[in-house]
Each structure stands twice: as structure tokens, then as C-alpha cells.
Design a binder for this molecule. Sequence first.
Ligand code: SAJ
Length: 416
Amino acid sequence: MEALGDSEVGVKKVCVIGLGYIGLPTACILSSKGFKIVGVDINQELVGELNQVNIDPLEPGLVDLANSAIKSGNLIAKISPQEAGVFIICVPTPLIDKNKADLTYVKNAAKNILPYLRKGNLVILESTVPPGTTEVILKPILEESGLNVGSELYLAYCPERVLPGNILKELVENDRIIGGINPESAQLAKEIYQSFVEGKIYLTDATTAEMVKLVENSFRDVNIAFANELSRICDKLNLNVWKVIELASKHPRVNILKPGPGVGGHCIAVDPLFLVEKASDEAKLIKTARCVNDSMPDYTVEKVERAAKEARIKSPIIACLGIAYKAGTGDLRGSPALKIVRRLKEKGYTVRACDPYIKNFNEFPLFSLEETVDGADCLVVLVDHNEFKKVKLGKFLQKMRNKIIIDIRGVWKSRK
Ligand code: SAJ
């Protein structure tokens, strides 16, 4: 028997479109607050697995939360929407043509809910989009329902801001920005989010909220690019970038981010380009930051090659620690570490890689930490997982044939 019937249509029934890394946790949290949730996804396999309470351990705590949401009967997964009081769209907006947002999934989601929209419903978009999308693209599609958006149908943009790896905590604790197509829409959306958000909720217009989301991730990208540029300058001047950053950050108004092998994940390397799409001539710094961060994998490969050459090692065995996109996760999306390992392999080097967070990986064999380091000539730290930080450098050095250390993530900060 289905847990959710049509009789339960109302604000307490919410249809979440897109059960990805934001849609699923949002659906689960809302269901834990007593909302009746229909989670909709085009991925039939995912819908089947969810309903049988058999999902991948994507995110700490999520499997348990999803299990109890399904068991409580408050969450049910479907491949098509149903009537509800509120529709929350959380679908991907990937990049096409190098710097354009592909809004196909957003448009399709909006078209798919058209037959189910009723007077008084609220539609919320959470997907990251270029400024103006809610007003100029989403609103006209929703108006095809015959309802007036603003007075008969309410529409708001509410960007997600959670950090992968800490999603359930940040969904609750972070402040939220809600941009309404009009103040009534923003206020109605606030009533939904305040059921689970403990942070502050700020109301604005939809286009400002869209811009704010892109600004947040561009801020981080530009600041990481600054750290990466410092790392290149320090390499040239034979200085320890970690020491320089540590001391410069002692200034009360200076707080420098960490250099690394580049920027991965599916947000920070993509979202700034939505601003470039809208204002290419003006977004000079943002464009340059993207180039700096994108150049880091190649720069890292060159650094490894240079070190082996200087040590006169003809066929070095290269040990790579980590292939995930950042510490504490097995997420490989856009991972600069994986790019570096691939490039070294393509160049014909003997490369051994390990990553304690990655279980099912078929592209090339992964080794244990010990196997990776044993007999290696060159050790390259690509991800600052805690498991690597815990090991004393001396222990690694004992196991290596030649002792070249390239610590891209600053795990042993005192070395250059
Ligand atoms: N990185 C560095 N140096 C740093 C910080 C990060 O090289 O000092 C690298 C990481 O290793 C990783 C990449 O940048 O490869 C991105 O990692 P991240 O932890 O900065 O961010 P994401 O992509 O996991 O999540 C970001 C978050 N945005 C901000 O912190 C402004 C998150 O809050 C957003 O919700 C998410 O993007 C998103 O969905 O937009």
C-alpha cells in the first residue's frame, strides 16, 4: 500500500524533484519533521533501491536517515511527480560549451510538474543557476499551467550551501538565503525551511539569491587560486609556501586558503563559470582564478617529473596518496588527484595509488598505503586524508627506495 495518497495534498505534502546529493537529504530531513514527501527521480534504479531501503552510503548519516524516513511511511520514491502543496526542484545544472549552464534538467522538472500544479502551490528551485533563471526561464514555464505566478502560484529560489561530507549537519545549522519572485513567495518558502533550519533565514528577491550562491563559490575559487599562485611563486623562490601562508595569516585581516593539486568536486570548479557566462568582460578575476586552478594538475605532474630528473632517477616508481577530490571523502567527481595519477600513467611512469575511502574502483588497481609506499622513489601527497596525516614522515622514508617527497597538500608542512 502506498504511504501517500492524494487526499494528503496540502502544504504538508512536498514533492522533491531530484534525489541527488541535495534532494535526498532535504527529502529525508523534511520527512523527519512530519512532512509527507514524494521523492521523484528519473533514475528508476535509484527509486527502486530507495523504496527497498537499499541506498549507497553516499554521505555520513544519510543511509540511516533515509531508512527511517522510508520506514516511517513519510517518504516514498517515484519516477513521476504527484499533486502536493510544495514542489522543491533539486536537479543538476552541468556545464555545456565550456562555460554555459545546461538548464535542461531544470526545464524538464518544471514541465513535468505542470499537470500537478494547483492554485496556492509553492515551487522552490534549489539548483545552482545563472542569475535571472527563476524569473526569466522558470516562471514562464510554470505559467503554462494557467496559474498566475505571484498570486495563484508562488515561486522562490533557495540555494543549497552544504559541504559534501557534512551535509546533514550543515543543512540544519547553516543560514539560508531565500529569494522570492515576490515577498509572499519568499515568506511561504521560509515557513518550509524554518521547520528544520536552525541558522538564520534571510529573505530577498530570486535573482539576488541566485547571484549570492554563485558569489559564494566564486569567492572560494578565487581564494584557492590565490593560494595556488603563492605556491607556484614560492616554488620558484625556493620558499616553503605553508610557512609563508601560516605567518601571513597571523595578520588580523589576512586568512589565506590552502594550495593543492587544483579544485575538484562538482560545484566550485563549475559555478563561477555561470558568472562568466553572464558577464564575461567583467568577470576577469573569476576567469583567471579558474585558469590558475585548472592548471594545477599539469603543474603537479611537471613538478614530479622535474624532481625525478634532478635526482637522476630514470624509471621512478611514483607513490600517490589519495585520488578523491578532497579529504575525508571517496568522491571522485572532478578530482584533480585522479587527473594527476591518470596523466602520470599516460606518460608511462610506474604509479601506485591508494585511497582508504575508495572501495569499488575499476579503472586501475589501488593498493594499500603500505604497498603504495614500499620501494617507491617518489611520494606525492594528493589528498590530505586523516589516514595519511597520522603516519610520521620518517616511517614512509624508511620504506622508500629514493626519498623524494612532494607534499602537495601540506601534510608535513615543514618541508618545502
Ligand atoms: N580546496 C583547496 N584548498 C582549500 C579549500 C579547498 O585546494 O583551501 C579544494 C578541495 O580540495 C576540493 C575543492 O577545493 O578539491 C572544493 O572543495 P571545498 O571543500 O572547498 O568545497 P565543495 O566543492 O566540497 O563544496 C562547496 C562549498 N562551498 C563553499 O565552501 C563556498 C559548499 O558549501 C557548497 O554547498 C558546495 O560547494 C556547492 O554545492 O556549491
